[in-house]
Every structure is written in C-alpha cells, then in structure tokens.
Design a binder for this molecule. Structure first.
Ligand code: PEP
Ligand code: MN
Length: 339
C-alpha cells in the first residue's frame, strides 16, 4: 500500500495515521521528496484501504503489489517528466538525445563536440571525467578539472551536462558542474551512492547493472526515490550473456517491460549495449520503436583516437545521420501511437 500525504501534514495528523496503520499491522516508512510526502506500507496483506483513505492528511491511497512501490506504475499511471530550470524537459513527448565522448579528453574535443551538438540541436552532452575502467592502467578520466571546462562550454551554449559519478565523495565537487548525474553499470547496486544521490535535487541517469535483473534495477531506482529524489531515468545498457559476438546483449525486452512496470522515463544506451560501431544506429532506432524516451550515444571527432570505447563510438558524420533517423523514427512511432 502507498499513501500520498499532504505535503505539509501536521505532526499530530501523521501520528494518528501511524497509529491506525500500526493497529492494522502495517509497518509504514515515511518518504519525503522535494515534491511530495508518501507512506510506504509493508508487512501485511492489503486491508480495506477506504479506512485509511478517509483519515485527515491523506491525499490518496493505492494498492501497490510491486515490491518497488515508489517507482511502480501501479500508483502513478502518468509518465514522470523531468523538468529543468530553463524549460528543457525529459518526457514521453520529446525524444531526448544525449551524445558525447566516452571520456572527456581535452578542451578542444569538448569545443568541437559542443559545436556539433549545437548545430544538430542536441540538448545534452555526455562525457566521463571519472572512468570506471577494467584495467587500472587505462585512462581513468580528467577528474573535476576536466568537468570544469566541459561544463563551462556546455553551459555557454545551452547544453546540459551528463557525467558519471562513481563514489559518494564525488557528488559534492561535481554538483555545481553537472545537470544529470550518471550512475554506471558497475555502481548500479552501490546503495550508499544511490542513497546520497537520493538526497540531491539533480536528475540521476541510472544504468542497469550488467548482470542485474529488472527487479534489481527497479530496486536501485527505488533507493534513489526513497531518499527523496524523484528525478530518475532508467537506462538499459546491455547485459552479460553467453554470447561473445558483441560486447553486451542489448536487452530490448527491458524497454517495454520497464515502460509497463514503472512511470519513470526510460533511455537506452546502444553504444555499450552492443559495443560495435556499425550496430549502434540500428539498436538505437530499435530502442525508440520499443518505447524508449531517449538514447545515450558515444561520439568522437575521430573514434580510432578515442581514449576509451573507440570501437563503439560514432564519428560526427555517422552521428548526424543517426540523429536524423532517430527523429524520423520517433515521428513514425508517434504516428503509429505504439508504446
Ligand atoms: C559510459 O557510459 O561510458 C560507461 C562507463 O557506461 P557503463 O556504466 O554502462 O559501462
Ligand atoms: Mn563508454
């Protein structure tokens, strides 16, 4: 059961609701976000909810059988939209394209990428400055110094910054320079990190763990929400399977599944999902047809020279074509009115 409370509910009213819930055998947990207040009630089979629905301070009440209640569509039928101060939004009605290098390498690269994105009306740039690499000898990112010029060029051109945070101590120094915190696949179940991101007011782009089930993925999103941050984007990025022909297996099934089970926006990352440049565009287009609200794609002026993930990175010429086709595909999807 999930109870939506009046945002400014007086302590006494809340006490009274707790008493009633305890009396009927529920264990309520209070969740307070910037937008709203909720009581998540576990511990008992659903009782007659009308009894609680009439208590003062209760706005609405829902039976939610899903384990991850706050992110479930069982209580929130409308798709969640994420709004930014300048009016940019991430929503079901607009295709969100996020493009940029795997790693931020130098200022010139950022300038050229920003220019490319601006020309193509792409509103979000990705770029790693803390890189989780499989080998400790690989390039591990420029850190906050890189983020400073990355952010400055983006902001001067009206582009939003998406960058991965790997540990709790990085949240604070990154905060003023990013618009969206990315949580990578390797940190998808780092609950301490998710807790702390739940306490910020910036959107979190949460990737699915490479061996994570969709239940586990939704549970990770639930952590962020339960700590107070409702601005969460679920991002499918491919999973590990027995197949070795490509880097990961892009789980397109996840997109309609998550769409059905959760009200959160859904992105796909076909770059990591397939890991081979020539297959990125078809998987990006397929993601849109499967119902994704946005895509995250790695681009570089000269992919063979990229410091990381060059094999799955599009050059600007390819990226331009992919952007056009993504937009055409979204128009086509809207006409079909599927997903
Ligand atoms: C990335 O986006 O560059 C990245 C490291 O992604 P993932 O966490 O999905 O591997
Ligand atoms: Mn990468």
């Amino acid at each position: 059961m999930l109870i939506q409370l009046e945002k400014s509910i007086p302590a006494q009213m809340l006490d009274n609701i707790y008493k009633e819930l305890n009396h009927y055998g529920f264990k309520p947990s209070l969740v307070e976000t910037l937008q709203a207040k909720y009581l998540i009630c576990n511990g008992k089979k659903e009782a007659d909810i009308r009894h609680f629905g009439n208590l003062p301070g209760v706005l609405d009440i829902h039976i939610v059988e899903d384990a991850n209640k706050l992110v479930s569509r069982q209580w929130k039928v409308q798709d969640t939209r994420i709004l930014f101060d300048d009016g940019t939004k991430i929503s079901r009605d607009d295709l969100t394209i996020v493009m940029g290098p795997c790693s931020v390498e130098n200022e010139e690269q950022v300038v050229k990428t920003v220019e490319f994105l601006k020309e193509n009306n792409v509103k979000f740039m990705r770029g790693g400055i803390f890189k989780p690499r499989s080998s400790p000898y690989s390039f591990r990112g420029l850190g906050i110094e890189g983020l400073k010029f990355f952010s400055a060029h983006c902001r001067a051109n009206g582009i939003k910054v998406v960058s991965e945070v790997m540990q709790v101590s990085q949240i604070e120094p990154m905060y003023e320079y990013v618009d969206v915190f990315q949580v990578g696949t390797r940190n998808s179940q780092n609950y301490n990190l998710l807790d702390e991101l739940g306490k910020t007011d910036k959107p979190v782009l949460l990737k699915r763990g490479m061996s994570g089930t969709l239940q586990e993925f939704l549970a990770s999103a639930e952590y962020i929400f339960a700590n107070g941050n409702e601005k969460i984007i679920l991002c499918e990025r491919g999973i590990r399977t027995f197949e070795k022909a490509y880097r990961n297996t892009m789980d397109l099934n996840a997109i309609p599944y998550l769409r059905d089970k959760s009200h959160l926006p859904i992105f796909s990352d076909p770059s990591h999902g397939v890991g081979i440049r020539n297959y990125v565009e078809p998987m990006a287009l397929a993601s849109i047809m499967a119902g994704a609200d946005g895509v995250l794609i790695e681009i570089h002026e000269c992919p063979p020279k990229a410091f990381s993930d060059g094999d799955q990175t599009l050059d600007f010429y390819q990226a331009r074509r992919t952007i056009r086709r993504l937009r055409e595909t979204m128009e086509f999807r809207k006409k079909l009115m599927v997903q």
